[in-house]
Write a protein that binds this ligand. Structure first.
Ligand code: GLY
Length: 310
């Protein structure tokens, strides 16, 4: 079994002029997670480091690049799950935190709960000494312009699935065969204040179980929750499907049953991995056996050596 980390930077339409930033971002994230695994670190450490990296990259809809809600504010959701123990930690609708994925991990490690929300989650962050950042530091010029343009264009919840989505996530298997997942998001552009999507909901935005595998999902949260996409894919793996076939079956079911589009990264405890999506693009990267695989368009699988400079 070869340790592996697979990351996604969100299933959504990526304009040509932004594609390089997305590719660089996911490749850099996968390298970060892989460095943890190569150093003997756990799959949980690897996925948290990989997602933390993308939260710090303003390219992505998470952390400092988060989409804005209807009031022009940032509210973020995140989850981690450990496949060895089935322990998980999640936060939703948190504000003024640079790295919600770290807070989700603290919920898992330092409380007897699995999910904290809104002001309670922020209070917990303060009690743990997690620094609060000014709200403006999480808002980029790009996200502000998208918010202004979207408000001007009016809201049509069906018409614009494709351009409102985005999330970051990672799955990994370490040298002991333990699997883990981590997912983090700013949610949907112009979402209602207090709206929580699939990302922090166990079995929807992520799930990890050493007996089956791990999944991190991205896409239209309201649809992902209806079919509990991450757990659905693991169910197909329990029935004997490969990581790739199970991911495709889950995504196809979501599209046919509830009209939802999205993408996933999936691993099994043997180190098999997949990055699959039903949207036109999903930035993703996987690091295994000192090789980096990455892509953005359907069927794309580019490679480079991990030793090569970015
Ligand atoms: N998948 C992210 C969201 O819908 O919030």
């Amino acid at each position: 079994m070869f340790p592996v980390v697979v990351v996604h930077g969100g299933a959504a339409k990526v304009p040509k002029e932004r594609s390089e930033k997305f590719m660089l971002g996911v490749c850099s994230s996968a390298r970060t997670g892989y460095a943890v695994l190569r150093g003997g670190g756990s799959s949980m450490d690897a996925v948290v480091e990989a997602v933390n990296h993308m939260e710090n990259d303003p390219t992505f809809n998470a952390g400092c690049g988060s989409m804005l809600n209807i009031k022009g504010e940032v509210e973020m959701d995140a989850i981690v799950m450990d496949g060895k123990t089935l322990a998980s930690g999640a936060v939703s609708a948190v504000r003024n935190i640079a790295n919600p994925i770290q807070l989700a991990r603290l919920v898992m490690d330092k409380t007897s709960h699995t999910f904290l929300t809104a002001e309670g989650a922020n209070q917990f962050a303060r009690s743990m000494g997690v620094p609060e950042v000014p709200p403006e530091s999480l808002i980029t010029e790009h996200s502000r312009m998208r918010w202004i343009n979207k408000l001007a264009a009016g809201t049509n919840p069906v018409e614009c699935q494709m351009d409102k989505m985005g999330t970051v996530g990672a799955v990994a298997v370490d040298s002991e065969g333990n699997v883990a997942c981590a997912t983090s998001t700013g949610g949907m552009l112009i979402k209602m204040e207090g709206r929580v999507g699939d990302t922090p909901c166990i079995g929807s935005g992520g799930y990890a179980d050493n007996q089956v595998g791990a999944v991190s999902a991205t896409g239209y949260g309201e649809a992902i929750m209806k079919v509990t996409l991450a757990r659905l894919i693991l169910f197909h793996m329990e029935q004997g499907q490969s990581v790739e076939a199970a991911s495709d079956l889950g995504l196809a079911y979501m599209e046919s049953r509830v009209g939802g589009l999205g993408g996933v990264v999936t691993v099994d405890p043997q180190g098999h991995w997949a990055a699959r999506f039903s949207t036109s693009n999903m930035s993703w990267a996987a690091a295994q056996k000192d090789t980096l695989h990455y892509g953005l368009h359907p069927g794309e699988d580019l490679t480079q050596s991990i030793e090569d400079p970015l």
